[in-house]
Each structure stands twice: as structure tokens, then as C-alpha cells.
Ligand binder design. Structure first.
Ligand code: KIV
Ligand code: ZN
Length: 521
């Protein structure tokens, strides 16, 4: 096989399939930031969103398209002409654009639009032709392909190819397939369908049975040359194939999988952390490649082996995925230049104003904590600074808690510039604090997620807190970090409330909700 034949395209759908998973909503600026990082790390195709879904999706895809450098920018569209037109309107600004259109072809999915097999074939022909008349790069997907009858699958794939699709994606929408089947399905399609050798086959796997990575790699062995995936495996239910897993598996096991991608693997950790922060979906500690413990060798035997020869227990180097090898902590005497340098090493290029702000928070932290580790710096950057424009600002918080009674929180806040104070009791310090926030700013936002993580070891470790709130279909996530867990919780809650208010104001009555789901036909 030539090097060209061994090249596997990476199609990232963090901003579409990942972002559509309930609760993972990102803001416009966050989507632009993540798209920029994906482009920089060498992703070939970025699926930037589903433009017909809402005004917000459309604007994000358009803006990402305008800012694209090397990546092809793709948008999703159902098999409907207005969807395809809207998608084209958004992606056409990119130097290289793609329309991705799809329809559910399995018996269960065919029943939703109530189309016969023949009617669906006609619809595919009409919509792929329409997309191809707008854009010379069209991808087509038979949703739930792995549960579609074999003969019918061949027929619909052939139709899409004849009508001009240049990429055929085979989704395992419900995470049902297994590696042997995954390889076999792609191989047989390539062997059977007329014109199949003229197009690229893609694999799109979900992780319901924990086989998404294995299925995607098996599909490549079967002939697929595009893997659809997301950072951290973000996605509905158990998620999608994780980009970092397939990319590192191909890199580390090139001996049995002689394929390559264009991904700069050193950029993996940084984007993984950013996606975890902005989506509010923390990475599990033992997650392959990007989990906190992925390169930690806790047991005595392992530590001894790794110290003598890293290869004893390490199949890849931490530096390969962008983890600093021997990074020295900063301390209270470290200056602005050292902080800027460290931020650069960690993948954060910051402007002078942002540096000034992070430096103030760094000094505050260094006063409380002897050694400030890389993880502390990342938490400082991720915990968005309070802005003067925020309607709610915490002035002070005192909490009484312990055995023998409920906790009591006295919170002073500025609400729209006016100082107010409340004391509330609750079932523990965080509950009392959140009640005090609600006493000062009554709201009906539902707490969807409250998550606390220690950034480093030791009792003086910073806690990072994520809070996700939902009100009338609008979702906002807030993050904060502090050596005091209750203070971090209060700040994260208030941060989420501030963002929720901004989103509501921007959206206007009834807007900015996900109006259309890609599951509707
Ligand atoms: O899982 C799926 O089938 C999808 C399609 C829209 C490609 O995400
Ligand atoms: Zn999917």
C-alpha cells in the first residue's frame, strides 16, 4: 500500500455530535476556540454544527468557516432541501467546505418519515444531487447503517455515490456493532457497490457497548479511510469514538495497523482539557490517553520499573500527548515572565490583559499554596475570571458548619450593582450557600450537574467546581477553582447564573433553544 492509501482522515464532530449531547452545550466563543484548536492540531474535517437547528448553530458554523485555516468545514443537514440550503449558507465561507447530509435507513428509522424503500431512494437521490449542485464536497450517511438490511444498504449507498457524494459514512448510530462486523461491513460494501472504489468510506461509531474505538479501527482495516470522532469521546449516551484513542492507537501500534493521520499528538492534552472545561463533562480519571491516571504509576512495583526504564510500564511517552515531562512548579516569587512562559508550555497563548488578570489570581493562589503546579495554572485559566459586567458578584461568604446542626451560610453579593446580604441554613455548607444565592437572586434554574475535583494532591489542593444549570431549555455551565471548596462552589454557581442570564437576554423570548433535533426527519 502507498503512503497515500494508508492515510486516515480525521473527521472531528465534537462541535456537532458531541455538543448535541444533553448538557454539553458550548457558547459561541467556546465553539470558535475549540474549532481553532482542532484546526491547529491537524484535524482534516471539522463538523462544526447543524446549521438548521438554531440561529446560534448557524452563526457558529458560519464564523468557524470564516476562520478556518487548513481544515475542511462541514455542516450537517437532514435529507431536506431547506436544511441543505441552510447548511451551504453557513459552510460556504470556508476555503474548503463540505455538506454532510443523512437519512435513517434501517427499518426502525424508515418508519419515522413513513417512507417506503423506493420513496427513500428517491429522496436520497434528490437531496444528494441538490447538495452536490451547491458544493463539490458532499458526504452522505445512512443513519443506523449497522441495522439496515444488507441489500437495501447497498442500494442506498449506490444511489448516493451515483448522485455525487464523495464520502460515504457508515454510522453505527446506536453502538450495536462489534469489530469483526465493522471491518466486514466496510470491506463488503467496497467490494459490492458499483463506484465504491471512487469514494472514501468513513466510520462513525457510538460507544454504547464500549467498542467505539475498536469498531472504528476495525473499519479502517476493512478499508475505511475516514474516522469520525470527538475529543474525549464526548457524545450522546456513552459517547462517540474518542479522537485521542484512535489517533494514539494508530501511532503506537503502527506495526499491526500501518495507517497514519495528520494529527499533532502533542496538542491532545490541551484540547482535551479545554473540551472538558467548556462542555462541563469532566474526563474520568482512568480514561485512556487523557485521564488523570493514564500516565500515573501509583503502585510501588510500577514506580520502580518506570524510574529504571520508562518503557517497562509505558507504551507511549507522556510528552507524546502534550504532558510536560518534568515540569517545575511555580511559587510566590515567580514573576509575570515565568507565568507567561508556563502558560505557553501548557498551550495557552494569552494577551497582555488576560495575563494581567491571571497573574493577579496566580499571586493570590501562591500566597495560599507553596507550590503552584501545572494543573493549578490550568485550573486558573479555565476558571473564567469574574467580569465587571456580570450582574451577580460575590462580595463575601462566611460559612458555619460541623456536627450538631445544619450548616449556615452568610453571603454578601452585588446584584445589579446593589449590595445585598442573606443568611440561609442547609444540608451542608454547599447547600446553605446555594440557598443564600437563591435568596438574593430568586430563580427557577434547575441544577443539572454539580461536580468537584481536586486539582492536585494534598489538603491545600485547589478544588475545581463545575455547575450546570437549565432553565426553560437554556443551559449554562459555570466553573471556578479555589483552595476552598465552598468558595469555588459559590463562584461556579454564580458564574453559571450570570451566563444563563446573558444567554436568555441574547436569545430573546423563546429563542436559542435547540429547535430541531437531527433525529427528526
Ligand atoms: O450517529 C449517527 O448516526 C449520526 C449521523 C447523523 C451521522 O450522528
Ligand atoms: Zn452520531
Amino acid at each position: 500500500m502507498t503512503s497515500e492509501q494508508n492515510r486516515v482522515l480525521i473527521f472531528d464532530t465534537t462541535l456537532r455530535d458531541g455538543e448535541q449531547s444533553p448538557g454539553a452545550t458550548m457558547t459561541h466563543d467556546e465553539k470558535l476556540e475549540i474549532a481553532g484548536l482542532l484546526d491547529d492540531m491537524g484535524v482534516d474535517i471539522i463538523e462544526a454544527g447543524f446549521p438548521i437547528a438554531s440561529e446560534g448553530d448557524f452563526n457558529a458554523v458560519s464564523e468557524i468557516a470564516k476562520n478556518a485555516k487548513n481544515a475542511v468545514i462541514c455542516g450537517l443537514a437532514r435529507a431536506q432541501l431547506p436544511d441543505i440550503d441552510r447548511c451551504w449558507e453557513a459552510v460556504k465561507h470556508a476555503p474548503q467546505s463540505r455538506i454532510h447530509t443523512f437519512i435513517g435507513t434501517s427499518p426502525l428509522h424508515r418508519a419515522i418519515p413513513n417512507l417506503t424503500q423506493d420513496e427513500m431512494v428517491d429522496r436520497i437521490a434528490q437531496t444528494v444531487t441538490h447538495a452536490r449542485n451547491l458544493c463539490d464536497n458532499v458526504q452522505w450517511s445512512p443513519m443506523d447503517a449497522t441495522r439496515t438490511e444488507w441489500d437495501y444498504l447497498c442500494r442506498v449507498v449506490e444511489t448516493a455515490i451515483k448522485c455525487g457524494a464523495s464520502t460515504i459514512n457508515i454510522p453505527d448510530t446506536v453502538g450495536y456493532t462489534a469489530p469483526v462486523e465493522s471491518a466486514d461491513l466496510i470491506r463488503r460494501l467496497i467490494e459490492t457497490v458499483p463506484g465504491a472504489d471512487e469514494v472514501i468510506f468513513a466510520t462513525h461509531c457510538h460507544n454504547d457497548l464500549g467498542m467505539a474505538t475498536a469498531n472504528a479501527l476495525a473499519a479502517v482495516a476493512g478499508g475505511a479511510r475516514q474516522i469520525e470522532c470527538t475529543i474525549n469521546g464526548l457524545g450522546e449516551r456513552a459517547g462517540n469514538t474518542a479522537l485521542e484513542e484512535v489517533v494514539m492507537a494508530l501511532k503506537v501500534r503502527g506495526d499491526i495497523m500501518p495507517y497514519h493521520t495528520a494529527i499533532d499528538t502533542k496538542k491532545i492534552m490541551h484540547i482535551s482539557r479545554r473540551v472538558a472545561t467548556v462542555s462541563g463533562f469532566a474526563v474520568q480519571f482512568n480514561k485512556a490517553i487523557v485521564g488523570k491516571n493514564a500516565f500515573a504509576h501509583e503502585s510501588g512495583i510500577h514506580q520502580d520499573g518506570v524510574l529504571k526504564n520508562a518503557e517497562t510500564f509505558e507504551i507511549m511517552k507522556p510528552e507524546d500527548v502534550g504532558l510536560a515531562a518534568n515540569s517545575l512548579p511555580l511559587g510566590k516569587h515567580s514573576g509575570r515572565a515565568a507565568l507567561r512562559d508556563k502558560l505557553g508550555q501548557l498551550g495557552h497563548e494569552v494577551g497582555d490583559n488576560q495575563l494581567k488578570d491571571i497573574f493577579v489570581r496566580f499571586k493570590e493562589l501562591a500566597d495560599r499554596k507553596k507550590e503552584v503546579y501545572d494543573e493549578d495554572i490550568i485550573a486558573l485559566v479555565s476558571a473564567t475570571a469574574d467580569s465587571d459586567a456580570d450582574r451577580l458578584q460575590i462580595v463575601s461568604l462566611r460559612v458555619l458548619c460541623g456536627t450538631g446542626g445544619p450548616a449556615e451560610a452568610t453571603l454578601e453579593m452585588e446584584v445589579d450593582g446593589k449590595e445585598v446580604i442573606a443568611t440561609e441554613t442547609g444540608d451542608g455548607p454547599v447547600d446553605a450557600t446555594f440557598k443564600a444565592v437563591r435568596a438574593l437572586h430568586p430563580n427557577k434554574a434547575r441544577l443539572q450537574l454539580y461536580q468537584v475535583n481536586a486539582v492536585t494532591e494534598g489538603t491545600d489542593a485547589q478544588a475545581t467546581v463545575s455547575v450546570r444549570l437549565e432553565e426553560d431549555g437554556i443551559i449554562a455551565t459555570g466553573q471556578s477553582a479555589d483552595t476552598d471548596t465552598v468558595v469555588a462552589s459559590a463562584k461556579a454557581y454564580v458564574h453559571a447564573l450570570n451566563r444563563l442570564m446573558v444567554r436568555r437576554e441574547k436569545a430573546g423570548p423563546g429563542a436559542d433553544r435547540r429547535e430541531i433535533s437531527y433525529k427528526e426527519h
